[in-house]
Design a protein around this ligand. Structure first.
Ligand code: NG1
Ligand code: MG
Length: 528
């Protein structure tokens, strides 16, 4: 498609989930042959399992986050971009004559990777569906999506609404635990599938995304809204700027045409980041630390006993909420505010860590109340909460997102004097923001790991402008801004210095063209 003339024009295109008619509508040209095999395989397998053809396929892509890591649940903007790897749900509605006649519905859920994800069948009372987030079961994502979608449809259609039964076959090529948002792709595709199965003719993107954000939390990770937004709102050829204040909104961002010859390259560390087992010490703990930092700053700086107004963040209290209250009557530019907040954290949160007892004094609540308020939805395990480090990361990362987006949307200062040096300076500026994110993730947020650090170091030595982890971290993937003519060199360096030597205990890797991904067979590190 020709590029639209303005951002507002593109924004108009993003209200309703588009229906794709051919694979060309969805995938880049070089991916079509392998995708054709994959779709054919999906539809044939569907028929062999259910003995009738699928009625439709719901699709939702994974994403890579370019900048803005671990700030979405503090309600700061992020800049992700959808990727080709996606989640497909082939669906039929067995009761084609109309909705089932009772509140019971039958769902059959199968996965093309049958050995890893066994087929499940369940009968559900749709007004009484319990999902146990302690049991990590692959169908939980679907169940959460189903429950919340049916609930919302019932609100609109009234209490005599009867949900449709469904047969589903899933094929996802977004690596699980890879930081590319396999979970959100599955959740959003599931919601879409349930909506279409129940006769929704057009699906509003904001409604879909908001539903997906909330319903994914029930699976056990107290996440922000970046992944679901990226999966739903992204347009081909564009990155996506997502903000959550005053309410969820997203706009496509394209790279300046005057910014040629750079590529984003994603590299997998093959360290599996399992947020469910590590939640109490990693992801969910960070969410708690950020909310506690907001509450602490509010109590100490705003000198009031009135609590912050609650917001849409997972725990209802966010650093952005504190930010808003602190600068309520200020006309200072957003970037300046963030800079000031960085200084404020340095002078206010002076300790390396805070105990529950210390926090309860500062917040003027008992330790029991503190635990109830911050630790009851998802348990966390720590003696010390590192408020200073986490808040410093969040405010400085939020600033980097602004600087990055300003470079993309206003490249004129760099580009007007034509090519050569100015392009190089421009790309280096973008890259150095990404590098700064990696440093902050490693040192302040402590969400990197030696393997990710190593991938970044190798890439930079081989010519990457900017290298960083992407997604939650602690393993999974990394993203790199690389001059296109250096991509092969960067890949060769990884092969030599990482994939062949660091992971030499992995006996062999095989590329599976049908699935479009690497297969790992490791006798020693079966978990990876
Ligand atoms: P991953 O681990 O890539 O799915 C997670 C969160 C995001 C965001 C990033 C860190 C989920 C579903 N997503 O992404 O909301 O907080 O970490 O920036 O847990
Ligand atoms: Mg995820």
């Amino acid at each position: 498609l020709p590029l639209p003339a303005s951002y507002s024009e593109i924004a108009m295109m993003t209200e309703v989930v588009p229906v794709a008619h051919t694979l060309e509508d969805i995938y880049p040209p070089d991916a079509i042959p392998s995708q054709l095999n994959r779709w054919t395989h999906l539809l044939q397998t569907f028929k062999s399992i259910y003995l009738h053809p699928a009625t439709f396929v719901a699709r939702s892509p994974g994403r890579v986050n370019i900048i803005g890591e671990h700030v979405d649940y503090s309600l700061y903007p992020v800049l992700p971009m959808a990727i080709t790897a996606d989640c497909l749900l082939a669906v039929s509605i067995p009761d084609e004559l109309g909705p089932a006649s009772s509140t019971t519905l039958k769902v059959c859920l199968a996965n093309v990777q049958r050995d890893k994800f066994p087929q499940r069948e369940f009968e559900l009372q749709y007004d009484d569906m319990e999902i146990d987030s302690n049991v990590h079961e692959w169908t939980n994502y679907f169940k959460c999506a189903l429950r919340d979608t049916l609930k919302s449809l019932r609100t609109v259609r009234g209490s005599d609404f009867r949900p449709a039964s469904m047969n589903v076959l899933l094929d996802s090529v977004v690596p699980v635990g890879g930081g590319l948002s396999s979970s959100a792709a599955f959740t959003t595709a599931s919601i879409l599938a349930v909506m279409v199965s129940n006769g929704e003719k057009s699906v509003n993107k904001t409604a879909l995304t908001e539903l997906a954000i909330v319903s994914e939390r029930a699976v056990g990770v107290n996440s922000g809204g970046m992944d679901q937004s990226a999966s739903v709102f992204s347009l081909r050829g564009n990155a996506l700027y997502v903000d959550f204040i005053p309410s969820l909104h997203a706009r496509p961002v394209y790279f300046p045409r005057t910014c040629p010859r750079v590529s984003f390259v994603i590299a997998q560390s093959f360290v599996a980041a399992d947020k469910y087992t590590t939640g109490p010490v990693y992801y969910n703990l960070r969410v708690v630390e950020c909310s506690l930092a907001a509450a602490y700053l509010h109590a100490v700086v705003n000198e009031t006993s009135k609590p912050l107004p609650t917001d849409s963040s997972p725990l209802g209290i966010s650093l952005r909420g504190f930010h808003k209250a602190y600068f309520a009557s200020s006309t200072k530019p957003f970037n300046m505010q963030l800079l000031e907040l960085v200084d404020l954290v340095k002078s206010t949160l002076t300790k390396d860590g805070y105990t529950r007892e210390e926090l309860s004094v500062a917040l003027n609540i008992s330790v029991v109340e503190l635990k109830m308020r911050y630790e009851s939805v998802f348990p966390v395990r720590t003696a010390m909460f590192k408020l200073r480090q986490r808040a410093l990361h969040v405010f400085s990362e939020a600033l980097r997102v602004q600087q990055f987006i300003q470079l993309l949307e206003h490249p004129a200062g760099f580009m007007s004097h034509d090519i050569g040096d100015s392009t190089e300076t421009y790309n280096k500026k973008l890259g150095s923001l990404m590098n700064a994110t990696q440093d902050s993730c490693r040192d302040l947020y402590q969400c990197s790991c030696p393997e990710l650090d190593k991938l970044c170091a190798i890439a930079r030595r081989a010519g990457s402008y900017g290298s960083r982890l992407t997604g939650a971290g602690w393993g999974g993937c990394s993203v790199h801004l690389v001059p296109t003519d250096r991509v092969e060199a960067v890949k060769a360096a990884w092969e030599k210095e990482y994939y062949n030597s660091v992971l030499d205990e992995i006996s062999h890797r095989r590329y599976n063209p049908l699935r479009g991904s690497w297969l790992l067979v490791s006798p020693h590190r079966t978990k990876r």
